[in-house]
Ligand binder design. Sequence first.
Ligand SMILES: C[S@@+](CC[C@H](N)C(=O)[O-])C[C@H]1O[C@@H](n2cnc3c(N)ncnc32)[C@H](O)[C@@H]1O
Length: 173
Amino acid sequence: MQIFLAFSLTILLLLFLLSMIWPPDSPWSPWWRTSGRIARIMCKLAKINDKDLIYDLGSGDGEALRTAARLGARGVGVEIDPARVLISKLWIKLSGNSENIEIRRSNFFDVDLSDATVIFAYLVPKTLARLKPKFLKELKPGTRIVTFVYKIDLPLIAEDTKNEVYVFEIPKK
Ligand SMILES: C[S@@+](CC[C@H](N)C(=O)[O-])C[C@H]1O[C@@H](n2cnc3c(N)ncnc32)[C@H](O)[C@@H]1O
C-alpha cells in the first residue's frame, strides 16, 4: 500500500513538473495563469458588466471568471485538463460564485459559443489563429474577445500595452 502511494505521488509530481514546460496550446500546457491583477485589468478594459456572458476558453483555475463574476457577469469556463477543472470548481465554490459560473470539462473547439457576449482567451497565437474561423462563424458582431500576452487577427478596440491585455471585436457581417 505504501509503495503504491509513493509511486502515485511520484507520478503526480512528475506530471506537475512536466506541465510547467509543456507547450501552452496542449492540454498539458504550463500553469501559465492570469493573476487577479491582470483579470481586473481585462474586465475593466473590456467593460465587463452584469449583462455579459463570458466564455473563458481554457479557463485554468477560474481566476478571470471569478473576477468577472464579482462584477455581476455570468461565465462559462471550458477546460480540457481534469485537474484544473477540479481545482477551479473548488475555488468557485469557496468564493461563493457557483451560481454565476459553470465549468465544463471539454475541448473548446467542440463548444458552441454563439450565446457569448465576451470571450476570454489566454492562448498561444497558433491556437488563436485556429479559433478565428470558429469565432467569425459563431459569435455575434460586437462580441468582445479579450486576450492576454498574445493577439488575434481581428479588429482591436482597446489595449493596455504595458500589461499586454488586448480587446478585439467581431466585425459586422
Ligand atoms: C495559458 S493557460 C490559461 C489558463 C487561464 N485561462 C488563465 O488565464 O489563468 C491555457 C489553458 O487552456 C487549456 N486548454 C488548452 N487547450 C485546450 C482545449 N483545446 N480545450 C480546452 N482547454 C484547453 C489548458 O489546459 C490551460 O488551462
